[in-house]
Design a protein around this ligand. Structure first.
Ligand SMILES: Cc1cc2nc3c(=O)[nH]c(=O)nc-3n(C[C@H](O)[C@H](O)[C@H](O)COP(=O)(O)OP(=O)(O)OC[C@H]3O[C@@H](n4cnc5c(N)ncnc54)[C@H](O)[C@@H]3O)c2cc1C
Length: 371
């Protein structure tokens, strides 16, 4: 099919900024570029019919690290790095809430709970013994104790009788958040083209030539926000990591409210619309889950169902309504890569399991690389 003169003129000529990926990072980058350069022609290219990575697939935890996660991070990162990351997650969440508003994303600060399996005494005791030190470490950021101990008020089974509670943790409605973000971007005259996969690009002294699965065109600058798919376009250290999820049908009188982390965060669940959404289990089969292909596996889905039956909803009958997966981008360091790659190319990728929290900020930082 040939494009018409009008199509070429309105959509594909004199493009100032092209963004690859319409996830939380790409869309925030687009918004900030528009803010910095109101007259710029901005085009977002997205390979999926909807955003098709992690931003519409995640669990919607507005979190900045459970106690065991922070202790774990301290083993591989300096105290300063860990603090900076927590601070970034807090700042990012503030920015997300400011950009879209609490109502639009259904933000609720119901608190977060860390649960410990009944036979995980070592981890449980280690967390208890470090609670005070970590609270002190985080005091400058939160001005109050973050972690406290709570009884098993939700009557979960096969876990230690105490939880570690985080009063600052919240949750959002992921679908509403992405809907609001897409609307905001489009209302500012930024164009999004779906079902367009960028295959490669080449750089000239003044512009970038971009080849997609449908057409070729030129842009003054290129911003790559493809997270788990980054290694297809960039030489950066980003590995894909698939994460599987399921959700129950609505359950009458469900009293579980909040966000929950189990087994060092390898499993996570929350309430949403009288349902339980549960994800995790990558640790059962890391090798298979190191993929950018969507899909569910028996070993992980069975384990998730088993956890629902034995631990989370031991006294309820429930049915599974939907199952899905999303693709994250991870690396040896828990730090996003936000940088200028070449004269006219920039990237903001590798958000791990933290993109709800840091995605808005990473998008902003990516746009600001042009200042
Ligand atoms: C199951 C699951 C649960 C999660 N839970 C949480 C949570 O509770 N809290 C939290 O903070 N984080 C969570 N995360 C992580 C969070 O969702 C991600 O970090 C965040 O969405 C990353 O945003 P992004 O914009 O960088 O990437 P993405 O949302 O993956 O966006 C990248 C986009 O680029 C597109 N793309 C890729 N390649 C191309 C190409 N060549 N051409 C065109 N388009 C392309 C993709 O289709 C995709 O839409 C979770 C992730 C998953 C998968």
């Amino acid at each position: 099919m040939n494009f018409s003169y009008w199509e070429i003129k309105s959509w594909l000529t004199n493009v100032d900024f092209t963004i690859v990926g319409s996830g939380i990072v790409g869309l925030n980058c687009a918004l900030h570029l528009k803010n910095q350069f109101p007259k710029a022609k901005i085009l977002v290219l997205e390979k999926g019919m909807l955003p098709q990575g992690a931003s519409t697939k995640n669990a919607g935890f507005a979190c900045f690290g459970s106690l065991s996660e922070i202790l774990d991070d301290l083993k591989t990162h300096s105290t300063d790095e860990v603090l900076k990351l927590v601070e970034k997650r807090v700042k990012g969440l503030k920015l997300l809430r400011k950009t879209l508003g609490d109502q639009a994303i259904n933000f609720q600060q119901l608190g977060g709970y860390e649960l410990f399996s009944e036979n995980d005494t070592k981890l449980f005791e280690s967390c208890l013994s470090h609670k005070k030190t970590i609270n002190k470490l985080l005091k400058p950021i939160f001005r109050d104790d973050v972690f406290s101990v709570k009884d098993n008020i939700f009557n979960f089974n096969k876990i230690k009788e105490d939880y570690i509670f985080n009063q600052f943790e919240g949750q959002i409605d992921t679908g509403k958040m992405m809907e609001a973000l897409l609307q905001k971007v489009q209302s500012q005259g930024i164009k999004i083209l779906n079902n367009i996969a960028v295959e490669n690009f080449s750089e000239d002294s003044n512009f970038i030539k971009i080849k997609t699965n449908q057409f070729e065109f030129s842009s003054s600058k290129l911003f790559i926000a493809t997270n788990g798919f980054a290694s297809l376009l960039l030489q950066e250290q980003v590995m894909p990591a698939r994460a599987q999820v399921l959700i129950t049908k609505p359950i009458d009188n469900l009293n579980i409210k909040g966000t929950f982390h189990l087994d060092k965060g390898y499993y996570y669940f929350r309430n949403i619309d009288n349902r339980i959404l549960l994800g995790g289990g990558r640790n059962l089969d890391f090798k298979t889950e190191e993929t950018s292909k969507f899909g569910e596996t028996e070993i992980i889905q069975n384990k998730l169902e088993d956890l629902l039956k034995t631990t989370i909803l031991p006294n309820e009958t429930f049915e599974i309504d939907y199952r899905w997966s999303g693709i994250m981008g991870v690396g040896s360091k828990k730090r996003a890569i936000v940088k200028q790659v070449s004269n006219h190319v920039f990237c903001g990728v590798r958000l791990g399991g933290m993109g709800v929290a840091i995605g808005s900020l990473v998008g902003q930082e990516l746009a600001q690389l042009l200042d």
